[in-house]
Design a protein around this ligand. Structure first.
Ligand code: ATP
Length: 254
């Protein structure tokens, strides 16, 4: 698979492809020699885009699919904070292009006008000692424009696009804005310096939600986000802090 373009931006080497199976898989599949710190893969479509928990991320033409590889040691405890730190970086990048009020639905979805416009998937590699992360890949899928013919039926009620008019120059501009903020995502995760901005963007606080966990749905009220970016909820059984791992959330209608 040959890139259509290769260039550098904000310290990243960017390889741009018209289509990849998955930008995360491309970076993870490179041999040791090829896999360099701050290598970024951008694709205009993905044929096998992935979400969390093995779910599918629809990746039609009209989206931006960007993954970045970081060969950076980080404490294991920071692993779950990389995705929310990246969410803040991407929200700020989108807003720098004039689109306002980008919200975050804990933990990894960006929301605009009530619709999901972006999903983020971080995949980590643990050092042989088991005590730290050795590298990680952050994958970001943004619905730039509505695909021709609309979003697929499975997601048409919940997916939205960032921009109304299909101006292809926005793709390159957004890549630049994302990369200029993404370089420090590891530090932001380790220092938890992003949490305040994350909290301000959270669309869940005060909402009635359903917590989907181990095949069970529990009604809850979202109360807040703590300093470790955990979601504090109240259920009939009392208050608890949710880790992002195996939990999914639905906002209850009405
Ligand atoms: P959810 O999106 O259901 O709240 P999640 O944040 O854990 O859960 P991810 O695993 O990050 O979801 O992403 C996969 C899910 O995102 C899919 O199950 C689908 O509902 C939704 N989805 C897939 N492709 C797109 C897309 N292009 N735009 C918006 N939403 C999408």
């Amino acid at each position: 698979m040959e890139p259509i373009r290769e260039y550098t931006a904000s310290g990243f080497l960017v390889r741009e492809f018209s289509s990849l199976s998955s930008t995360n898989d491309y970076l993870k599949g490179l041999s040791g020699e090829e896999s360099i710190d701050r290598l970024c893969a951008v694709a205009h479509t993905q044929t096998g885009g992935k979400g969390r928990l093995g779910r599918k991320f629809f990746s039609p033409d009209g989206g931006l699919y960007l993954s970045a590889l970081f060969k950076k040691r980080l404490p294991i405890s920071s692993a779950s904070l990389i995705t929310p730190a990246a969410a803040v970086a991407v929200a700020e990048a989108i807003e720098s292009l004039g689109v306002k009020n980008i919200g975050i639905k804990w933990v990894n979805d960006l929301i605009f006008e009530g619709k999901k416009i972006c999903g983020i998937l971080t995949e980590t590699k643990i050092a042989p000692s088991g005590s730290a992360l050795e590298s990680f890949v952050v994958g970001i899928g943004v619905n730039l424009f509505e695909p021709e013919g609309g979003f697929p039926d499975e997601i048409k009620n919940r997916a939205g696009a960032v921009f109304k008019n299909r101006d292809e120059s926005l793709r390159g501009r957004l890549v630049g804005e994302i990369l200029s903020r993404l370089g420090s995502v590891g530090e932001a995760a380790a220092e938890k310096s992003f949490v305040e901005s994350y909290r301000e963007r959270s669309v869940l606080i005060g909402k009635e939600i359903l917590v989907l966990e181990n095949g069970r749905e529990t009604p809850a009220t979202a109360l807040g986000i703590d300093g470790d970016c955990r979601l504090i909820v109240r259920t009939d059984a009392g208050e608890r802090a949710l880790f992002c791992g195996e939990v999914s959330l639905k906002i209850q209608e009405g």
